[in-house]
Design a protein around this ligand. Structure first.
Ligand SMILES: [Fe+2]
Ligand SMILES: [Fe+2]
Length: 214
């Protein structure tokens, strides 16, 4: 079977389709099932449900950003050696998006109202990183995934042990993010300069604080 070569216009329409699906619709997921499926729902206090629902809202928005970063990057980066791997990673981010959304619903929470804004900003950053060259764009993915990992560990420390449904999702996401980071580094990702890493941390702090409320 021959592999279809997409034109820039094709890619633009495909990008638009993913943006709409990510923010407003159902993402295209992989064959994997939701790891929380079948696990029992445990008794949580109202305050706990509310808090965990908001943490999952943050994770959901983070996954909206991840999706946008990958899409922006795929528009501008060349990535000859790792394109297939990066496309699979982007699809796995859709699984995360889907699992987080389902868990938010089960906890009675809602998604961030600002997701279109996060998508737009992250898409631009991804596209800019792609233009800077593959080693930087892959380095950017690796750094993002490392920061997401630290952030997920923080959330795991706040979710009660008995809430297995939430924890199993966070654990599985962590495993995936570490694999995505390794893939990006193996593909030639460079370590980002310290000011960039610090800027990314600051941006994610502002975003998580905002999303917890909005
Ligand atoms: Fe993810
Ligand atoms: Fe990831």
């Amino acid at each position: 079977m021959s592999v279809r070569e997409y034109t820039p216009i094709d890619r633009l329409f495909m990008g638009f389709d993913s943006a709409v699906r990510t923010v407003f619709g159902r993402p295209r997921v992989t064959e994997r099932t939701d790891p929380a499926q079948g696990l029992p729902e445990v008794e949580l206090s109202e305050a706990q449900r509310e808090h965990i629902g908001r943490l999952m809202r943050i994770n959901h928005s983070g996954e909206v950003c991840a999706q946008a970063l990958y899409q922006g990057q795929s528009l501008t980066a060349r990535l000859p050696a790792v394109r297939a791997g990066m496309e699979r990673a982007a699809q796995e981010e859709n699984d995360h998006l889907d699992w987080c959304e389902r868990r938010i619903g089960q906890l009675g929470g809602r998604k961030s109202l600002l997701n279109p804004l996060w998508y737009g900003a992250s898409f631009s950053i991804g596209a800019a990183a792609g233009l800077a060259g593959d080693k930087w764009s892959l380095g950017f993915v690796a750094e993002t995934e490392h920061q997401v990992d630290q952030h997920l560990r923080g959330h795991l420390s706040e979710v009660p042990l008995k809430d297995e449904k939430t924890r199993v999702i966070l654990d599985r996401m962590r495993e995936d993010e570490m694999r995505h980071a390794a893939l990006a580094l193996q593909g030639g990702g460079a370590k980002l300069p310290l000011p960039v890493r610090l800027g990314m941390r600051l941006a994610s702090k502002v975003m998580t604080k905002t999303v917890y409320r909005v």
